[in-house]
Design a protein around this ligand. Structure first.
Ligand SMILES: *[C@@H]1O[C@H](CO)[C@@H](O)[C@H](O)[C@H]1NC(C)=O
Ligand SMILES: *[C@@H]1O[C@H](CO)[C@@H](O)[C@H](O)[C@H]1NC(C)=O
Ligand SMILES: *[C@@H]1O[C@H](CO)[C@@H](O)[C@H](O)[C@H]1NC(C)=O
Ligand SMILES: *[C@@H]1O[C@H](CO)[C@@H](O)[C@H](O)[C@H]1NC(C)=O
Ligand SMILES: *[C@@H]1O[C@H](CO)[C@@H](O)[C@H](O)[C@H]1NC(C)=O
Ligand SMILES: *[C@@H]1O[C@H](CO)[C@@H](O)[C@H](O)[C@H]1NC(C)=O
Ligand SMILES: *[C@@H]1O[C@H](CO)[C@@H](O)[C@H](O)[C@H]1NC(C)=O
Ligand SMILES: *[C@@H]1O[C@H](CO)[C@@H](O)[C@H](O)[C@H]1NC(C)=O
Ligand SMILES: *[C@@H]1O[C@H](CO)[C@@H](O)[C@H](O)[C@H]1NC(C)=O
Ligand SMILES: *[C@@H]1O[C@H](CO)[C@@H](O)[C@H](O)[C@H]1NC(C)=O
Ligand SMILES: *[C@@H]1O[C@H](CO)[C@@H](O)[C@H](O)[C@H]1NC(C)=O
Length: 855
């Protein structure tokens, strides 16, 4: 609209200039000159043929159609300073609205408009600098809106000359210093908005005598101090906003009958508001909006608050009230917003609360409200925050899923019973922080078995294997990102949840053996979760998360002990590895080692999430890898035939089917297999070359490589060897069958090196290209019993193309695959010194990276 007007108007201007130029110094001339100078870059076609400035949109003239009396040019993109000798020359101008443009300065002659101007609106421009005393010339002004500009300096005392001023808006500028006492001279003021400036000092005394007609006073967002201005004589005032200042003292004086809106939030008001009911003459009948939040009020709430029957918005949050029982508010039937967060409430939420049918927002967070949540199924409810209380029991079903307008709820940090499986993980993670999952279903073995049947044949396996660990003696990894961390047991933030069975020792059965956690009280044994140091998890939480290490959550028997899965409070989905073998290291050493492992971070490594020292059982907690490991994906293991360290996720993830499809599909492309190879190579290169001293993995193999939820390959299993017993260490160093390099069988004393890792990686690469297992597969050549000898023989004979996995359906990438075979060939050289470094391998693999655009 504005632009249209402007274009028309320009057309007009151009015609005027080309043909019948307006006479100099007529209103028509100065207005057109003004627009041309403020929008010089615009040109436009000509249309129409008869014009008078008085007919332009936004322009009004006097009766004789000679003089412009109103110019409204809001939002036309006018930019730059107002030029001299333009609109400053409109001698009869009464209304000037140049709001919402890009005006950067005023002309001097603008002050000449003073004799006629009644309304000046320069709101939302970019005018800066101080406001001159020339303001005094505007004796006729009734409305002055300079809001949202860059005015600075003090408000000129000349303001006091504007005795006819009704509307004053200086909001959103940089005015500083104190409000001049002279403002009391503006006796006609109805509305004062000085909000969002940098005003300080106190409010001039005597407001109540000066402003008989004042209805609206907004001083919010300044640095004004002192006590509440005296309001008793302001018989018309309906809106008072002093929010965000430095006011002190009592708030009781503010309760004046006409006020409908009172916002005194975020000041330093003190004192009791409870001791007595407000003066008997105050009826509460007008009050619609009351915000006293963020002050230092103490005592209890108003005794007679229940009388405020018009109240729609009540916020008393964040004060220093004394402990008090939940107030009776159900009479306030018009309430739409109620915020009693952090007001020391205890007791229960009365069931009558559901009578507040207009409620849209209810915030009762950070109190000590106990008992059950009543059925608050108020259709209008949009925001519900009950976090950080002592609430118990279940959550009324409708609250979670039946309320049509609900936007956000928060039940975090309570003692509520809930079943995470019925919530989306996102909801659980954000709205139930610090909550315990009392879900019986997720860990019910029958359910898992049942679902497993449905998914028979799927090979989605998820595991973090325990098979091999290696020694990191005195390891300091330079590439670690050290994070500040508080030991969680040092922070007593949240009480631990009562468990029915918290005293030990605890003993648990796996398929093959029984293990014991010799702890006295489950709640006294901390669980460290690195990323969430403030969450006070204990062994009791691990018990809950794994349903007391129930067989329903049992995933696999690793070399060192059983692996379980669980969801910790807050929805942290983990694989829990119990290192059941004894260990020579002290608890302190073990903790230090685990903390250190927790700091090894790389996009292609499975992160250690945390740990727990439960008696002499060390428990390592890992991120749960949703998409299985390479061995399962590649070799299509049926569900029932898990290798020892693997477990299947398809009984666990609701959307397992989808994930499964992606990965199964993915496995038929070289592109995806190459990504896995490159990711694993990067992880190893990081361990070998990015850390000092270098970290040797010691057991690179297909089932050490997992795929996370984003299908990013991640290498697992490094660094636990220090923590487990020395007796196992040798066994670990020997590597896994099919992946161990030849030097290991030559001598007892050969220890693992980065080059033995390279060998293992070479085998994995052969697996990726050929789709064959390292041992015992059908190698189409009866003499060959291992993948490595078969593949190497054919590569040597230059017949690599014959051994490429026929399941790879892409065409056109044969060259790259053959090249990859040659890389695997290099990696599996008999002599360790002939094998390339992981860094070189990363380079070689990157050279043959399939270009994703060609598919
Ligand atoms: C002011 O100018 C800026 C850039 O110069 C532009 O982005 C903005 O839209 C203009 N505002 C108005 C109201 O014309
Ligand atoms: C000034 O103009 C703005 C929009 O351009 C408008 O919102 C505001 O109400 C006007 N001010 C007065 C006092 O009329
Ligand atoms: C006003 O803004 C202009 C340009 O942005 C700047 O050069 C000038 O210093 C500013 N003046 C004041 C008083 O801030
Ligand atoms: C003052 O101006 C600001 C910004 O233009 C606006 O938001 C506010 O509503 C105005 N105040 C009054 C009382 O109209
Ligand atoms: C008030 O603001 C002015 C200008 O910013 C400053 O000079 C003065 O020290 C401030 N006064 C107080 C009491 O903070
Ligand atoms: C009071 O002013 C503050 C800051 O300017 C604003 O956020 C708040 O919404 C205002 N209160 C009312 C009731 O308008
Ligand atoms: C307001 O602040 C100024 C400067 O900080 C101080 O001198 C004055 O006493 C304060 N006034 C009140 C009423 O607290
Ligand atoms: C305060 O007001 C409430 C409601 O009007 C009344 O029930 C109560 O008795 C009053 N308390 C005192 C101390 O006057
Ligand atoms: C309740 O009031 C507090 C303090 O003003 C504020 O931080 C919080 O966001 C409010 N809650 C809601 C739901 O508006
Ligand atoms: C809330 O629960 C905590 C921890 O159980 C307890 O210390 C506190 O006394 C409880 N508060 C109330 C009011 O019940
Ligand atoms: C719920 O409250 C907790 C505790 O204050 C907070 O950490 C979490 O971010 C909140 N969640 C939402 C969705 O507001």
């Amino acid at each position: 609209m504005g632009v249209g007007f402007f274009i028309c108007f320009l057309a007009v201007v151009m015609l005027l200039r080309c043909s019948a130029s307006p006479q100099l110094n007529t209103d028509e001339f100065v207005v057109s000159d003004f627009f041309l100078k403020m929008r010089a870059e615009v040109s436009s076609p000509v249309s129409g043929s008869s014009y008078s400035v008085c007919s332009w949109k936004g322009v009004s003239c006097d009766e004789r159609k000679e003089k412009v009396i109103a110019l409204v040019a809001s939002g036309l993109g006018l930019s730059g300073p107002i030029p001299e000798n333009t609109i400053g020359k409109l001698s009869k101008l009464q209304t000037l609205d140049l709001s919402a443009n890009n005006i950067t300065g005023l002309s001097l002659d603008i002050w000449g408009l003073g004799s006629s101007l009644k309304s000046l609106n320069l709101s939302s421009n970019q005018i800066n600098g101080s406001l001159p005393d020339n303001l005094a010339d505007f004796g006729e002004l009734e409305s002055l809106d300079l809001s949202c500009n860059g005015f600075s300096g003090e408000i000129p005392t000349a303001l006091g000359s504007l005795s006819r001023l009704k509307v004053l808006n200086f909001s959103g500028n940089g005015f500083e210093g104190s409000i001049p006492d002279s403002i009391l001279g503006c006796k006609s003021l109805v509305s004062i908005d000085l909000s969002r400036n940098r005003l300080n000092g106190t409010v001039p005394g005597g407001l109540n005598d000066a402003f008989e007609n004042l209805m609206f006073l907004d001083l919010s967002g300044n640095e004004i101090n002192g006590t509440l201005p005296v309001l008793s004589g302001l018989n018309s005032i309906t809106y008072l906003n002093l929010s965000g200042n430095l006011f002190q003292g009592s708030v009781l004086g503010v309760f004046q009958e006409p006020l409908q809106v009172i916002d005194l939030s975020n000041n330093q008001f003190q004192g009791h508001i409870s001791q007595v009911n407000l003066s008997s003459s105050y009826t509460w009948s007008s009050l619609v909006y009351l915000d006293l939040s963020g002050n230092e009020l103490n005592g209890e709430f108003f005794g007679d608050l229940g009388r405020a029957r018009s109240l729609k918005h009540l916020n008393l949050a964040f004060n220093r009230f004394s402990h008090q029982n939940f107030p009776q508010l159900e009479q306030l039937s018009g309430l739409e917003y109620l915020n009693l967060s952090k007001t020391s409430l205890s007791g229960q939420i009365p069931t009558e609360f559901s009578k507040l049918v207009r409620l849209k927002t209810l915030d009762l967070s950070q109190n000590q409200i106990a008992g059950y949540i009543p059925d608050l199924s108020v259709v209008n409810l949009q925001v519900l925050d009950l976090s950080m209380n002592n609430l118990t029991g279940g959550i009324p079903g409708p609250l979670l899923n039946k309320l049509p307008n609900m936007i956000r709820f928060n039940f975090s940090y309570n003692y509520l019973k809930l079943c995470a499986a019925r919530l989306s993980p996102e909801t659980f993670n954000t709205a139930f922080v610090g909550s315990h999952n009392d879900c019986p279903i997720a860990v019910d073995p029958d359910v898992i078995r049942e679902k497993g049947m449905k998914h028979r044949g799927l090979r989605l396996a998820v595991a973090v294997s325990l098979s091999v660990f290696f020694l990191i003696a005195g390891l300091v990894c330079l590439a670690f990102r050290f994070r500040k961390r508080t030991r969680s047991w040092a922070v007593k933030q949240l009480p631990s949840k009562e468990e029915p069975n918290v005293s030990g020792p605890f003993s648990f059965q796996t398929d093959s053996k029984t293990w014991v956690a010799n702890v006295k009280s489950a709640t006294s044994v901390p669980v460290v979760i690195f990323e969430k140091p403030l969450l006070n998890f204990t062994f009791a939480d691990l018990l809950t998360a794994t349903s007391h290490f129930d067989r329903g959550t049992f995933l696999a028997e690793g070399k060192f002990g059983p692996v379980y899965r669980g969801i910790l409070p807050g929805g942290i989905h983990v694989a829990v590895k119990v290192l059941v073998h004894g260990s020579a290291v002290t608890d302190q050493e073990a903790a230090r080692e685990l903390e250190r492992l927790g700091r090894i971070k790389h996009i292609n490594l499975v992160p250690l999430t945390g740990y727990c020292l439960a008696g002499d059982r060390r428990i390592a907690i890992y991120d749960y890898m949703e998409n299985g490991n390479l061995q399962n994906l590649l070799h299509d293991l049926p569900l029932g035939v898990q290798t020892t360290e693997d477990w299947s996720a398809d009984t666990w993830e609701e959307d397992a089917g989808i994930v499964e499809n992606i990965t199964t599909e993915g496995m038929t492309t070289w592109r995806f297999r190459h990504k896995i190879a490159l990711g694993a190579a990067r992880a190893l290169a990081f361990l070998h070359h990015g850390c000092y001293p270098e970290i040797v993995h010691r057991d690179v193999k297909a089932n050490s490589i997992y795929l996370d939820s984003a299908l990013e390959p991640r290498l697992s299993d490094f660094g636990l060897s220090r923590i487990v017993g020395a007796s196992l260490e040798d066994e670990i160093s020997r590597g896994s069958p099919g992946y161990a390099p030849p030097e290991f069988s030559e001598s007892e004393n050969v220890s693992a090196t980065t080059r033995s890792d390279v060998y293992g990686f070479g085998i994995v690469l052969f697996e990726l290209i050929t789709g064959k297992k390292p041992l015992g597969d059908d190698y189409t050549d009866e003499r060959e019993t291992t993948l490595v000898s078969w593949a190497r023989t054919l590569v040597r004979k230059n017949q690599g193309s014959r051994i490429i996995d026929p399941k790879i359906r892409e065409t056109g990438l044969e060259k790259q695959m053959e090249e990859a075979l040659r890389i695997a060939y290099l990696c599996t050289a008999d002599l360790p010194s002939k094998r390339p470094s992981m860094q070189q391998i990363v380079g070689l693999l990157k050279d043959i990276e399939p270009i994703s655009a060609d598919h």
